[in-house]
Design a protein around this ligand. Structure first.
Ligand SMILES: [Zn+2]
Length: 364
């Protein structure tokens, strides 16, 4: 039996100043709300969300997120949810805050409202939480039965964030189409274990078109701290099209390479989106994609300020043994490398990394 599916948040709302109207969007979800906020945004959240609840009978309380998505932080916040008798949980902040609140929603069976303050990753829209240990190391994936009830994006907040976050988000979003295309060709499964719908493929394609059309303009907008249509389009591409597209149309070599690159300690400071960008270039070489397509991808990444070589990410000496380890780790059992529509082995991945690095340096 062939089962296809696409899933997404029940509602996605994006606009300038929407945080000031939060109460009107979420009031149907319950009588009392607990807002979990990143420390740097908690004052702004209290002011704006407080204002929107001013003439409401609903209750809203605030709690600071402690900085890491761990089991103990999830448990601590669940106790607060119970003590406050909250009927819905709201997250405002970066990926780890959002992931923590998604897990709280799952364990308490309460509705979840997500308010991302960055457009840097796929965390807002997906049904997945990445749990870390107290030391900040990866612990486990928590697959959730459904996506957040609402994702509310206030573009006034995103436009004020440093541009490196938007650029990283574009790196992650840029891989979506190439990985979806590979999964579709391979008849592979998406991240929720079903086959890929035409709707999910269309979102991945639209994500790609939007990045090529508006990426550079959006980067300049963000640098100057002004909102433009291009920036609005890229915020939607990074948060919605990339998140829903990747979850429902699957991941392949680009993300597997990005996971493999984490074995290089000198790359620990490089963001997920930057590693995925270079991973996309490696995937194109692995696929033997036409040189025009590779050039187009490199031009996009260079214009956005994304890395196109190992050197760009801070690897100054190319050590065969180390790159072989990256290739081995990318081909680990269960990683998405095996969603490519042809047989892939460690040697072919090693070769693709070396050649992608050279092509990146040459065309830059
Ligand atoms: Zn990603």
């Amino acid at each position: 039996m062939i089962v296809k599916s696409i899933q997404s948040p029940s509602k996605y709302i994006q606009g300038s100043g929407v945080l000031l109207k939060l109460e009107s969007y979420i009031e149907s979800l319950g009588k009392s709300f607990l807002v979990v906020a990143d420390p740097f945004v908690v004052d702004q959240a209290k002011e704006k969300i407080g204002k929107s609840f001013q003439s409401s009978e609903k209750e809203v309380s605030f709690e600071k997120f402690n900085g890491e998505c761990t089991k103990s932080e999830i448990d601590r916040l669940i106790e607060i949810v119970k003590a406050k008798k909250a009927e819905a949980v709201v997250a405002i902040g970066g990926g780890k805050t959002l992931d923590t609140v998604k897990a709280i929603g799952y364990y308490t069976s309460l509705p979840v409202v997500i308010i991302p303050t960055l457009a840097s990753c796929d965390a807002p829209c997906t049904a997945l939480t990445v749990i870390y240990t107290e030391k900040g190391e990866f612990s486990e994936y928590l697959f959730l039965p459904h996506n957040p009830d609402m994702v509310i994006v206030d573009t006034d907040i995103i436009v004020k964030a440093p541009v490196k976050f938007l650029a990283a988000g574009m790196g992650d979003a840029f891989a979506t189409y190439y990985e979806a295309r590979a999964c579709y060709k391979a008849n592979a499964k998406n991240l929720v274990g079903t086959k890929i719908t035409k709707a999910a493929m269309a979102l991945a394609e639209l994500c790609h078109e939007t990045l090529l059309a508006d990426g550079v303009k959006a980067k300049l907008s963000n640098e100057k701290g002004v909102l433009t249509k291009a920036l609005e389009n890229i915020i939607e591409a990074n948060i919605y099209l990339s998140g829903v597209g990747a979850e429902s149309s699957g991941l392949a070599a680009a993300h597997a390479i990005s996971n493999g690159l984490t074995v290089l300690t000198e790359l620990h400071r490089v963001s997920h989106g930057e590693k995925v960008a270079f991973g996309t270039l490696v995937q194109l070489v692995l696929e033997d994609a036409p040189i025009e397509e590779i050039k187009q991808a490199i031009e996009f990444m260079v214009n956005i300020g994304l890395p196109v070589s190992l050197e760009d990410m801070g690897v100054n000496v190319i050590n065969k043994e180390a790159i072989m380890k990256v290739a081995e780790s990318s081909c680990a059992e269960g990683d998405t490398m095996h969603n490519m529509p042809f047989d892939v082995d460690v040697e072919s991945v090693y070769g693709a990394i070396i050649v992608a690095n050279e092509i990146g340096k040459q065309f830059k």
